[in-house]
Design a protein around this ligand. Structure first.
Ligand code: PRT
Ligand code: MG
Length: 212
């Protein structure tokens, strides 16, 4: 049995065409089904539906053989025990520093001010500001980061931006790019050795679908 870990929403939706290229079709839709283990058209392949940030953990421990996770999530996880053979180029966005429209970020940085930064991506933010030599106090949040500067919790946030509509709707502006984000295929290293006959053709089909 090959188990593939996916999260609901954009990752599931954008992975379906790649699965199709490998001859795999989910038999249920996670948006309507309450099942967390979804069968596919192939008796030897099943999907498990987990939180986006839990995908690397399931694969790391071998509870799933493969998974799809954002680079944002993988950077926070650290990637231990994971083979990352392929950038799937799906669920693309940018990790950005954002502040209130009326906050002068550049001059705060120039003056060497200590910035309060709220984010779900503490590891990524720490690395980013350390590399820039900017002193920050990081405040860990689990969601709705956009609220933090509006109510005085922080000066800045580090969050994902795709259309920019969420920032705009909350009177925030992006001031700095932390990095380009897309989703990666992750594979359990032991599973790749033990189940290579089943897994390698899938990897090849995904690679071909991405590069076509
Ligand atoms: O929602 P949940 O808490 O379960 O987990 P999650 O938010 O990590 O999962 P999900 O499914 O929302 O995101 C899965 C992956 O999609 C992320 O790990 C990213 O790699 C990728 N991705 C791509 C995004 C976005 N684009 C994105 N825009 N993830 C989140 N967003 C959010 C962003 O955090 C912000 O709140 O969308 C909002 C901004 O969108 P715009 O279009 O208004 O700029
Ligand atoms: Mg989300």
């Amino acid at each position: 049995m090959i188990t593939i870990a996916l999260s609901k929403g954009r990752i599931f939706e954008e992975t379906v065409p790649l699965l199709a290229a490998a001859g795999i079709t989910p038999l249920e839709d996670p948006e309507s089904s309450r099942k967390l283990i979804l069968p596919t058209n192939r008796a030897d392949v099943r999907l498990i539906i987990v939180r986006a940030s839990d995908v690397p953990t399931y694969v790391q421990y071998g509870a799933a053989d493969l998974g799809v996770a954002g680079k944002d999530v993988l950077n926070e996880h650290g990637g231990t025990g994971l083979y990352q053979p392929l950038d799937l180029k799906i669920a693309c966005c940018r990790m950005m520093v954002a502040v209130r429209n009326d906050f002068d970020y550049d001059s705060a940085v120039r003056q060497g001010a200590r910035l309060r930064v709220a984010t779900k991506y503490v590891q990524t933010a720490r690395e980013h500001f350390a590399a820039k030599g900017v002193h920050v106090d990081l405040i860990k949040l689990y969601g709705s980061m956009e609220l933090a500067p509006l109510v005085g919790l922080s000066d800045a946030i580090v969050d994902l931006v795709s259309s920019g509509n969420t920032l705009k709707a909350n009177n925030l502006k992006a001031v700095e790019e932390v990095g380009q984000i897309s989703s990666r295929l992750v594979v359990n290293q032991a599973a790749l050795k033990l189940k290579r006959e089943a897994i390698q053709p899938m990897l090849d089909a995904f690679a071909q679908a991405v590069h076509k």
